[in-house]
Ligand binder design. Structure first.
Ligand SMILES: [Ca+2]
Ligand SMILES: [Ca+2]
Ligand SMILES: [Ca+2]
Length: 487
């Protein structure tokens, strides 16, 4: 039996750069501040003279801890792409800085067989280049620059380059674990990188491969950290591991009636390891998504933790998941602010509460019967969609006290420009044209400040949000938030 499958070995700092005392203190303080209360405290004081524990040591130990007090670990999907290009070094660092213990990346081989980070088969979406990774040399890839966020042809190009796996895993060396997605078929090349960089303990392999294939790899690479991915198609593989189970199973179910979503099955996995769930989009953990969690954690992360035994959650919303795990609130309304959902526009119907240029609800979400506002469900986010020039919506808000307020819109669009709206309060004239940003995907919502503050009195107000007829408009509105600003 591979020792790595069952052991909970003492953590040793691998050879390489020494960590300075000051850096250690800073890292440890940062980690402790960010850690959820549910995460087990260090098992014992560090013996005098022993190397201090790094965040990576702690993440490694946590990952192998499946005890009843094991806290929920956060995984940053493709790194913290809300702050840097997906699968970039900056996104890896930002993911750990925002409290993730694990960063997920995607590995592919260049034409000259160098493992690099790239999600798609082609570089077109995330860089300023074109072509297949497998057809490009490392030198050619290095000439490209990554686009912001989730990319797309209209996303801005940054100064970030496509990282090699060696660079990526070294960036994570003291910070946490790196989940190596798409790496299984090239596992020997990936393993060589981990060995050469002294980062075997940072790299987390995963696959849906047949159990004998997994065993063969782990028998030959006894320190490899491995997680098995199961859905209803290969649920039987859990039994095939016998008593030599991996320390974690990634469970994928597109329906709560799937076999692998059954409480008894999950409880049995949880008894010997961690249960990893993905909440980025619908279909990975049924409809328990990031966006559903932002509305109400009981519809997402909370349900997965409580009823589906999740102890690792992969997310596109690292900060919100950390907020939920540490405070119980995923997307808090700031003090003194008022939030109104885009889909909760005022009553009164066509011509009074809204103007929409095409009849009926063109979206797949819960529109109002007989009304024309287009409502979509973007992986749990209920939003106004099909926003077009000349359309308008009105909202009623109760302002808690006299003051100066700015309105922010949580909106998304893969286009640049995405659209332009104006705000009118209580029947007054429309304000300045407010441009919306390219957030790099329809499902990538970002709270965007109108920078058009108004003085408002305590009490009820009407806000009309109108879309300029002459401007390109293609964006989605999740919610509006009036926030107090300094006078
Ligand atoms: Ca419509
Ligand atoms: Ca419309
Ligand atoms: Ca909404």
């Amino acid at each position: 039996m591979p020792a790595s499958l069952i052991s909970r070995r003492a953590v040793a700092v691998p050879g390489g750069r020494p960590v300075t005392a000051l850096a250690t203190v800073v890292l440890c303080v940062t980690l402790l501040c960010a850690a959820p209360p549910a995460t087990a405290a260090p098992e014992g004081a560090v013996p005098h003279g022993a190397p201090a524990e790094t965040p990576a040591d702690r993440a490694h130990r946590d990952f192998l801890d499946h005890g009843p007090k094991a806290g929920v670990m956060t995984v940053a999907h493709r790194g913290q792409w809300r702050k840097a290009p997906e699968n970039s070094l900056a996104a890896i660092r930002a993911g750990f800085a925002d409290g993730a213990g694990i960063v997920e990346v995607d590995v592919r081989l260049t034409r000259d067989k160098v493992p690099v980070l790239m999600h798609d088969e082609r570089v077109d979406r995330t860089t300023n280049g074109t072509g297949r990774v497998a057809d490009l040399t490392l030198a050619q890839l290095r000439g490209l620059r990554l686009r912001v966020g989730l990319g797309g042809r209209q996303a801005a190009v940054t100064g970030e380059r496509v990282p090699t796996l060696a660079e990526a895993i070294l960036a994570a060396r003291t910070l946490g674990l790196v989940n190596l997605d798409r790496a299984w078929q090239d596992r020997e090349a990936v393993w060589r990188v981990l060995q050469e960089t002294g980062t075997v303990r940072n790299g987390l392999f995963k696959s849906t491969a047949p159990v004998p294939e997994v065993r063969a790899f782990l028998d030959g690479h006894r320190d490899a950290l491995y997680m098995h991915v199961v859905d209803d198609a290969n649920a039987v593989s859990v039994a095939e591991f016998g008593t030599a189970r991996p320390p974690a199973f990634e469970v994928v179910f597109d329906d709560v009636r799937d076999k692998v979503a059954a409480p008894a099955f999950l409880q049995e996995l949880r008894a010997t390891g961690r249960v990893w769930c993905n909440t980025m989009r619908e279909g990975y953990a049924a409809r328990f998504t990031d966006e559903a969690s932002l509305i109400d954690p009981a519809r997402g992360w909370g349900a997965l933790i409580t009823h589906y035994k999740a102890t690792v959650i992969q997310t596109d919303n690292v900060e919100a998941l950390r907020s939920y795990l540490t405070t119980g609130v995923a997307d808090p309304v700031p003090p003194g602010a008022v939030r109104v959902q885009g889909e909760d526009y005022a009553p009164g119907g066509r011509g009074r509460a809204y103007h929409d240029i095409d009849p009926g609800n063109r979206g797949d979400g819960p529109g109002r019967p007989g009304e024309d506002v287009d409502i979509c469900d973007h992986d749990g986010a209920v939003v106004v969609c099909w926003m077009r020039g000349s359309e308008w919506l009105t909202y009623g808000v109760d302002v808690p006290k006299d003051g100066r307020y700015t309105l922010k819109a949580r909106a998304s669009s893969p286009y640049a420009p995405a659209g332009t709206y104006r705000l009118a309060y209580d029947g007054g004239p429309p304000g300045r044209a407010v441009p919306l940003a390219n957030t790099t995907a329809h499902h990538a919502f970002v709270l965007q400040d109108s920078r058009d503050p108004r003085q408002l009195t305590r009490g009820h107000h009407h806000i009309r949000l109108s879309l300029d007829a002459g401007a390109f408009q293609n964006w989605n509105l999740d919610y509006l938030q009036l926030e107090p600003v300094a006078p």
